[in-house]
Design a protein around this ligand. Structure first.
Ligand code: PLP
Ligand code: COI
Length: 354
C-alpha cells in the first residue's frame, strides 16, 4: 500500500514556536487511512493538517471505541532526527486494538507513515534542549450506529506537534496524591489498553488532587485498594538505598510503558538492581518515612523521567529526598535522553533514524 502525499507549499507552512508547553501546537500535516469491513485499510494519505468530519452517531462519540499512542522524534546534534522504539509503540497500538475489538494496522506500514510524516514536517522537530516532536497515532470507530456493538468502519490517523516538558515543574519533582476512593482500572478491564476511557476515568480525582496542589494521581489496584499501579500519565519506580529500583509488576490493569521497559533494560547495565513486584502502599509510605526509599520517579514518553518529591496517602504526607531530584533519576534521565537524542551509543538498537 502506498501513501498519497499532498504537502503544503513552503510559503504556507507554519513555523515551530520556541515557547513550548505540551500538546498545544500541531505540525503542518496529518496522516489518515480508513478501514471498512470487507475492504480492509484503504486511502492512506498525508495531507495538510485538517479537522475531521464525523457523523454524530459515530460509535467513538458514544461508546468510546478508540485507542491512541504517544512517541517522540528527537533532533540530533548533526541535524538528523531519531524515533525511539517506534515498533514497540506500534505493537502496543495493535494490542490495544485487539482489546477494543478494532482492526490491527500493519506494523511496518504504520511506522513508515510516522517516518514519512516526520520527514515532511522536519522543520517542526525542535532544536532546543529538552524539546521534541510528540507524535500521536490514534484510531477511532466511525460507523454511524447507536446500537451497541463493535463498529465496522474506522479512521486511523497520526498527528504531531512540538513539545517541551510535560510537567510545568520540568525536571523538578512533582507532588503526587494517592487516590483512596476512585480507581482507574481493574484487572480484566481495559487498563492495559491505551484507550481514552482510562484517561477520562482519571479526570475526576485528578481535578480534586490539583485543587489540593498535587500534579498527578497515583492509582491503586481496584480489587483490594492496596497495591500501587501507576500514575495518570506515567509508570512509577521507587528507589531503595540509592541502588535498587522497584516498580509494580504488570498485572493487566497497568499500561506496559515503553519507557518503563527501557529502564528495566538500561538500569542493570548502569549497576542498579531492578525488581518488579506488587508494592503495598502502606509499606511504601512507611519506607519513605523511614528513609529506606531514597527516591521516587515516574517514567513515560511525555514525562520522560520525572522525579516525585512528595507523596500523600490518607493521613501520611511525606516528602522524598527533600523535594530534590535524586541521583538515580538524574542518571537514568541523562542516559536515556542521550540515546534518544543520539548523544550516546544505541547499544540496544532502540533508535530508528528518520
Ligand atoms: N502509564 C500511562 C497511563 C500512560 O499514559 C503512559 C504514557 O504513555 C505511561 C504509563 C508510560 O508509557 P510509555 O513509556 O510507553 O510512554
Ligand atoms: C504519553 O506519554 O505518550 C502519553 O500518552 C501520556 C499522555 C497523558 C500525554
Amino acid at each position: 500500500m502506498t501513501i498519497d502525499i499532498h504537502t503544503l507549499p513552503e510559503s504556507e507552512r507554519g513555523t515551530c514556536p520556541t515557547e513550548l508547553g505540551f500538546g498545544n501546537h500541531f505540525s503542518d500535516h496529518l496522516f489518515t487511512q480508513r478501514y471498512d469491513e470487507g475492504k480492509g485499510w484503504h486511502d492512506a494519505a498525508i495531507k495538510p493538517f485538517h479537522n475531521l468530519t464525523l457523523h454524530p452517531a459515530a460509535s467513538v462519540l458514544h461508546y468510546g471505541q478508540e485507542i491512541f499512542e504517544g512517541l517522540k522524534a528527537y533532533r540530533r546534534a548533526d541535524g538528523g532526527v531519531n524515533l525511539f522504539r517506534p515498533e514497540q509503540n506500534a505493537l502496543r497500538f495493535n494490542r490495544s486494538a485487539q482489546r477494543m475489538v478494532m482492526p490491527e494496522v500493519d506494523i511496518s506500514f504504520h511506522v513508515e507513515a510516522i517516518r514519512q510524516l516526520v520527514e515532511i514536517d522536519d522543520s517542526w522537530v525542535p532544536n532546543q534542549e529538552g524539546a521534541s516532536l510528540y507524535i500521536r497515532p490514534a484510531m477511532i470507530a466511525t460507523t454511524p450506529r447507536l446500537g451497541l456493538g463493535a463498529a465496522t468502519s474506522y479512521l486511523h490517523f497520526v498527528m504531531a506537534g512540538p513539545v517541551g516538558p510535560y510537567f510545568k515543574e520540568g525536571f523538578n519533582p512533582v507532588s503526587v496524591y494517592v487516590s483512596d476512593t476512585c480507581r482507574r482500572a481493574v484487572k480484566g478491564g481495559v487498563g492495559e489498553a491505551k484507550t481514552g476511557g482510562n484517561y477520562a476515568a482519571s479526570l475526576y480525582m485528578s481535578e480534586q488532587a490539583a485543587a489540593k496542589g498535587f500534579t498527578q494521581v497515583l492509582w491503586l489496584d481496584a480489587v483490594e485498594g492496596r497495591f500501587i499501579e501507576e500514575v495518570g500519565a506515567m509508570n512509577i519506580c521507587f528507589v531503595y538505598d540509592n541502588q535498587r529500583i522497584v516498580t509494580p509488576t504488570l498485572t493487566g490493569s497497568i499500561l506496559a510503558g515503553i519507557t518503563r521497559d527501557s529502564i528495566l533494560t538500561l538500569a542493570p547495565t548502569l549497576g542498579y538492581e531492578i525488581v518488579e513486584e506488587r508494592l503495598d502502599i502502606n509499606t511504601v509510605m512507611n519506607d519513605i518515612g523511614t528513609g529506606k526509599i531514597t527516591e521516587v520517579f515516574g517514567c513515560g514518553t511525555a514525562a520522560v523521567i520525572s522525579p516525585v518529591g512528595r507523596l500523600c496517602y490518607r493521613d501520611a504526607d511525606h516528602t522524598v529526598n527533600n523535594m530534590q531530584a535524586g541521583p538515580v533519576a538524574k542518571r537514568l534521565f541523562d542516559e536515556l535522553t542521550a540515546i534518544q537524542y543520539g548523544r550516546g551509543g544505541d547499544s540496544f538498537g532502540w533508535v530508528v533514524e528518520v
